[in-house]
Design a protein around this ligand. Structure first.
Ligand SMILES: *Cc1c(COP(=O)(O)O)cnc(C)c1O
Length: 861
């Protein structure tokens, strides 16, 4: 493997963004005067007026799309508008990258297997400050912008919170003028699209590239070979006499780069999201082809392409599939090769690598990068082990996303060693050095080495990726205060003993206010901007605090409440379109949308809905209106295709909806809705349309949550447990603005143990709900038996029985408080005013200062 690849061009050896300052000067002088004049005169220009945009738009329709005025439909309009905006982005991108290269600034590389980007067009227009202009042009050209925006498929290259966090972070890195790149995979199929058939989830493939993708720039010239399998040999260097290990791969695939420009808000800084796509090394395996073995030559091609074919649809759950490990190495090897190649252009010493490169590991998925960098430095670049290891650990930071055992990555040793034999050797060496240090430091502690070893001495043996990530990084962070404390006292407590608590830190998650306020809630953004006098709150969210000044203004509150109502109308329209259910936007909208998971406790929500339904029916008709505030219970989210319990929860929600919604006794007092195919673009409509949203995980299980932030930033209140970022949201907005309930994280272990020894009490309310299910009120009991029995007879691991009563009480408080409309609106305003802390801009600043040691890069060349 050599790092000097790069395609030959007309004059020069390297691609444009890859020159050193000296080289650029030399090239500059070598360009003929005539050519230089032409470049200056005809250099691409970005549109700044509607006329120029319309010219570019029509140009794209006629040439890029090969269409005409007569067959320019919404799809063509979407593609032409996106292409025009992409052109603008690319010009900014080129300048940004050129500047970063020239200045030799330290770059941040955010490695994430998931980037849940959603749609790009609306966001790009907003960040470039060109939405009004575009809207006018599109209008003049005879289209409706809303309809055009609606054509775009979501880039669903992620499962849930972790992938969306990565998307918010690259937005904030661009906005904060940080030189930050994202590295990920370009899956041909993103997260499956969810259909509901007879109440069951049915998965359909998400071929999001069906109509091409105007936002990606294929870099066919960047093709990086990646090896798998093979064997390791020991060779002696003829010159130095040094013994070296050499990995001879047995199978090779190519990683081809696809770039997605990521614009910042109100800046010309445009960063890059580089996604790799796998390709076979040869078009055809000629030998096999000539021998007439056409089938197997094609099969080999397809094997290579399968690596980036599909995103694994598990959220917070580890599944040890070889293809997944292949994805991880493919992505990590290509990314590191690219990063190292870029570093080598600076001609700096290897010891300066960590001064120019910070790599953040989003969960343990990219942990192989630690091993790969060590391999590059030792095997390929000939550095001494210790010098290399010092560079490695100064480069990496690791973000942990869960304490749940079932989500921790552990690769079976034989599977791993077969795919990556040299990497296994390196892991053994890393582990040996580490355990040696541990034994020296804690000679008395006999359990310690076994607990912290990278190798789990089980049968079969496993590689613990979290241990490797900690040992290979200089900082480890959790994603909310409670979670960062929990990792120090539970899963990583032995590492705190070894490294000290300073290695462990917290960066509470955040969300980008551009997408989750301005784009998702244009009316509220306009009101805020009018009141605060500028758009500064979008880049300095602490400014939102000034909204509190207007709380006593009844006219402001009126406007605020009207906007919430409009957003509920917008959500009601979406619900009607997706489910054909009519809901009344005057009623209380109670929303829980997120991946379906037992720990997130959608089952508790629906049991609560069932209980409410039974109570309504048990109350004399004349008294119902006084007792119950009319409510719409909205639930949405995808279940991993192999997650039996989660799928049963979806079925139960749909069956309850079926019964409740057509019960004439209930009428408007209760409606139940399951929103199919929850994704980012739907979240943008759902979050602003909620009155109360549910974040009710078993305490200690939800690392942070980010949808809690999206809802509150849009003026919705929360009912939730003392878990994840709910704790800090409460601190910021005040206890009066949140409906907290349930047991605390510190009590969970004991309650679980009690259940194990048969101490489990079903509250009367939960029994009533179970009785109804068992009686077949919502269809044959067998369908839901496992959900009920998990609680009744199998230890109720997620503590539904323990929290149910206090959950109902909190819901009763919601009913009561919602009746006081004025007071509710005041709470809503206080919430938004105090959400400034939860901007992902603040996260990026914290990472930059405490982990990456990088600074924003301002001016452009
Ligand atoms: C924000 C978001 C999530 C994360 O939701 P949590 O409630 O924090 O788990 C998941 N999916 C989508 C589409 C999101 O936008």
């Amino acid at each position: 493997m050599s790092f000097d690849s790069g395609s030959p061009r007309r004059f020069h050896k390297r691609s444009m963004t890859g020159f050193t300052p000296t080289e650029i000067k030399a090239i500059d002088q070598s360009i003929p005067i005539k050519a230089r004049e032409a470049w200056t005169k005809y250099s691409a220009r970005e549109f700044t007026t509607t006329d120029q945009l319309e010219e570019q738009f029509i140009n794209h329709v006629e040439t890029t799309l090969a269409r005409s005025m007569y067959n320019c439909d919404n799809l063509a309009a979407y593609q032409a508008l996106s292409s025009s905006i992409r052109d603008k982005l690319i010009l900014h991108w080129n300048k940004t990258q050129q500047m970063h290269t020239l200045r030799e600034v330290k770059r941040i590389y955010y490695l994430s297997l998931e980037f849940l980007m959603g749609r790009a067009l609306d966001n790009a227009m907003i960040n470039l400050g060109t939405k009004e202009l575009c809207s006018k042009s599109i209008d003049e050209l005879g289209f409706n912008l809303e309809d055009v925006l609606d054509i775009e498929p979501d880039a669903g290259l992620g499962n849930g919170g972790l992938g969306r966090l990565a998307a918010c972070f690259i937005d904030s890195m661009s906005t904060g003028n940080y030189p930050g790149w994202g590295y990920g995979l370009r899956y041909n199929y993103g997260i499956f699209s969810q259909k509901i058939v007879d109440g069951y989830q049915v998965e359909a493939p998400d071929y999001w590239l069906k109509y091409g993708n105007p936002w990606e720039i294929p870099r066919f010239e960047i093709q990086i070979p990646v090896d798998f399998y093979g064997y390791v040999s020991t060779i002696t260097d003829a010159k130095t006499g040094k013994v070296k290990k050499q990995w001879q791969g047995g199978e090779q695939v190519l990683a081809v780069a696809y770039d997605f420009p990521v614009p910042g808000y109100n800046t010309r800084n445009v960063n890059n999201l580089r996604l790799w796509s796998s390709q076979p090394t040869r078009e055809f395996d000629f030998q096999k082809f000539n021998e007439g073995d056409y089938d197997s030559s094609v099969a080999q091609q397809q094997r290579a392409e399968s690596i980036t074919a599909v995103l694994y649809p598990n959220d917070n759950f580890y599944q040890g599939k070889e293809l997944r490990l292949k994805q991880q190495y493919f992505w990590v090897a290509a990314s590191l090769h690219d990063i190292v190649r870029r570093f080598l252009k600076t001609k700096k010493k290897w010891s300066e690598f960590p001064d120019l490169v910070a790599i953040q590991l989003n969960d343990t998925h990219p942990t192989l990068a630690v091993v790969e960098l060590q391999r590059i430095l030792v095997d390929l670049e000939g550095l001494e082990w210790d010098a290399a290891w010092d560079i490695v650990t100064r480069t990496f930071g690791y973000t942990n996303h869960t304490v749940m055992q079932e989500a921790l990555e552990k690769w079976p040793l034989d599977l791993f060693g077969n795919l990556l034999p040299r990497h296994l050797e390196i892991i053994y060496a890393i582990n040996m050095n580490f355990l040696k240090m541990v034994a020296q430091k804690f000679p008395q502690d006999r359990d310690l080495p076994r607990n912290v070893s990278i190798i789990e001495e089980s049968d079969p043996k496993n590689i613990r990726m979290a241990n490797l990530a900690i040992i290979g990084s200089h900082k480890v962070n959790g994603v909310a205060e409670l979670h960062s404390e929990l990792i120090k006292t539970t899963i990583f407590k032995d590492f705190v003993k070894i490294y000290g608590a300073e290695k462990f830190t917290n960066v509470t998650n955040g969300i980008t206010p551009r997408r989750w306020l301005k784009q998702a809630n244009p009316e509220l953004s306009d009101l805020i901007q009018a009141k605060l006098g500028s758009d500064e709150y979008l880049t300095n969210t602490i400014k939102l605090k000034e909204l509190e000044k207007f709380i006593s203004d009844p006219e402001f509150r009126r406007s605020w409440a009207d906007i919430k109502f409009h957003n509920k109308q917008r959500l009601a329209k979406l619900i009607k379109k997706l489910t054909n259910i009519e809901v009344n936007p005057h009623n209380l909208f109670d929303v829980q949308v997120k991946r379906i998971h037992e720990y997130k406790r959608q089952q508790m929500n629906i049991f609560g809905v069932i209980y409410r339904y039974l109570q309504i029916k048990a109350t004399p008709a004349a008294e119902r209106a006084a007792k119950f505030y009319p409510r719409v219970s909205i639930i949405g989210g995808k279940a991993a295709p192999g997650y039996y319990a989660a799928k049963k929860i979806i079925k139960l929600v749909n069956s309850v909806a079926e019964v409740v919604n057509k019960d004439p006794e209930v009428g408007d007092l209760l409606k139940v809705v399951f929103i199919p195919d929850y994704n980012v673009s739907k979240a943008e409509i759902i979050c602003p349309g909620s009155d109360i949203s549910e974040h009710i995980s078993t305490a200690g299980t939800e690392a942070s949550g980010t949808s809690n932030m999206k809802f509150v930033l849009n003026g919705g209140l929360i009912i939730g447990t003392v878990d994840g970022a709910n704790v800090e949201i409460t601190r910021e907005v005040g206890e009066d603005q949140i409906f907290l309930f349930g047991n605390l994280a510190e009590d969970v272990d004991e309650l679980r143990q009690d259940h194990q020894i048969g101490k489990l009490e079903l509250p009367e309310s939960l029994s009533l709900a179970f009785d109804a299910i068992e009686k077949g009120t919502f269809g044959p009991y067998e369908e839901y038996q496992s959900l009920v029995e998990a609680i009744k007879y199998h230890g109720d691991y997620y503590l539904v029985s323990d929290d149910f009563e206090s959950y109902l009480e909190a819901q009763n408080s919601v009913d009561k408080e919602f009746r006081d409309t004025e007071n509710w609106t005041k709470k809503s305003i206080i919430c938004v005013a105090n959400m400034g802390f939860f901007s992902s801009d603040r996260c990026i600043q914290e990472y930059a200062e405490n982990i990456w040691n990088v600074e924003p890069v301002l001016d452009q060349v």
